[in-house]
Design a binder for this molecule. Structure first.
Ligand SMILES: C[S@@+](CC[C@H](N)C(=O)[O-])C[C@H]1O[C@@H](n2cnc3c(N)ncnc32)[C@H](O)[C@@H]1O
Length: 206
């Protein structure tokens, strides 16, 4: 598809139009809204980690749903405009320094929810993109192992393909329930799906 064609399709996309009307920064907001309407992760007062947060569509939803007593910590390689109720950190999540910055932002609070919409810069070559994407999910699972409270929830973007069955198995070892969701706002042609894990079985280990 040419760049021009992509821009035309983007402008006509109903979720892009709706996001502009409703004040969301990205069409991705509707994916999290659909997931949360069904699984009720973002309760009032919840502490949420939003990995791969820019430009902030998911953080807007998380901050709104968790309310004034909640806290959302948003992490991305890219800078993000401020959102009330969201502490944003511009850092590469694969670097050790990200963990320290997140711990500082949490000020000792446990996480109720870990969200990851992280995606690598896609090369278009499945052999390269698939392991990169899987690695980002593993990193998100790792922080959830250490900082997510017992009973907490986990959501991560993945791509159907090699490695995803292992991710599902690892999640089943750690959580009571694991499901796949392809939200309506996820482009049908994309191999993107979300793994949702509910009810972490063990406590945090800082
Ligand atoms: C699909 S976008 C996220 C959209 C966002 N959830 C929203 O609602 O606006 C994926 C994001 O993952 C980020 N990302 C990819 N690798 C990352 C890494 N190693 N550390 C932090 N962010 C990363 C990218 O910079 C990009 O902004």
């Amino acid at each position: 598809m040419s760049d021009r064609q992509w821009i035309m399709n983007h402008k006509r996309d109903p979720y892009v139009i709706r996001a502009q009307k409703e004040g969301f920064r990205s069409r991705a907001s509707y994916k999290l809204i659909e997931i949360d309407d069904k699984y009720r992760l973002l309760r009032k007062g919840a502490v949420v980690l939003d990995l791969g947060a820019a430009p902030g569509g998911w953080s807007q939803v998380a901050a709104h749903r968790t309310g004034d007593s909640g806290l959302t910590v948003a992490v991305d390689l890219l800078a993000m405009d401020a959102i009330p109720g969201v502490r944003d950190i511009q850092v590469d999540f694969s670097q050790e320094s990200a963990l320290t910055a997140i711990a500082d932002s949490l000020e000792g609070r446990e996480l109720d929810v870990v969200l990851s919409d992280m995606a690598p810069n896609l090369s278009g070559m499945r052999d390269i993109d698939q392991p990169r994407s899987t690695y980002l999910v593993e990193l998100a699972m790792d922080i959830a192992d250490h900082r997510l409270r017992m009973g907490g929830g986990f959501v991560a973007k993945c791509f159907e393909g090699e490695g995803i069955d292992e991710l599902r198995r690892s999640l089943r070892d750690r959580y009571d329930k694991v499901v796949n969701v392809k939200p309506k706002a996820s482009r049908p042609k994309s191999r993107e799906i979300y793994l949702i894990a509910l009810g972490k079985r063990y406590a945090t280990s800082f």
